[in-house]
Design a protein around this ligand. Sequence first.
Ligand code: GTR
Length: 326
Amino acid sequence: MSVYKTLSLALLAGAAMMTTAQACEITLRSSDTHPEGYPTVAAVEEMGKLLEERTKGHLCVEVFHSAQLGEEKDSIEQTQFGVIDLNRVSLGPFNNIIEETQVPSLPYIFRSVDHMHHVMDGPIGDEILAAFEPHDLIGLAFYDGGSRSFYNSDHPIKSMDDLKGMKFRVMQSDLFVDMVGAVGANATPMPYGEVYSSIQTGVIDGAENNWPSYESSGHFEVAKYYTLDQHLIVPEVLIMSKKSWDKLSPEDQAAVRQAAKDSVPVMRKLWQEREAASEAKVRAAGAQVITDIDKTPFIDAMKPVYAKYVTSDKLKDMVARIQATQ
Ligand code: GTR
């Protein structure tokens, strides 16, 4: 390459950087494990757009999708350290560190997605968001994660008997390890990014997730039996590093909180559309979906999980209030 060309390219790059820097005084870096176009990624981008408009370019958000900033567990640590400013994650990886997050992560705690919304949009949701602060994180908003079901590469699961002895990947949460044990299978906690090859090479028989993740991760290509047992309706959460938060003025903090809240209805709409599209895509690709499944034995089997994790008065009270929420 000629000196002239190299120089002009360098100038161009410099100009691009200046434009970004001029347009945005503070750019918050946000992490997500999902690819571009996934509802969570699009929702945080929407939050950034709102923030940039409302603060006239003072605050912006840049979303690093597809786990560019690391797998969820590591990215959470980086967020606590202030290396990552914002992070969109499942509540699952917090289960071992923030006990309040265990409650909405309990199998069959929510009767439906509507029930989950009523709980998480109210005071219980606020209490759970507040529980992040002692862990150097600010809880901003909850997003949808649909319901999670088992899928595997070997055979259709029509009852709990069919799960006996099988190996399923779960998120890195002890509660989920026990949940899988409770239905007679074995759990292997591992990062999301390792699941595809682990199913392909037979290290595990399958995993569990919602329609959009089953589809976007390509897991349906290696595990075609999807059983709609819907054992979890675990919300996802948008958090901010407390270190980054503390650097902002109270006005900026309020703007971040508001933009995060305002991205929730956008996310819910995108989620509904994506769930339908993902289901259609995996069915068309040959996934065998088992819909006719009696959930009662699954629900009953989870009693020991509740007995093990819901031990403090605080968590018992939260479970009772969730059950009483319409
Ligand atoms: C997805 C969720 C991710 C991640 C992933 C997993 O449904 O959106 O945040 O938790 O599942 O299973 O690791």
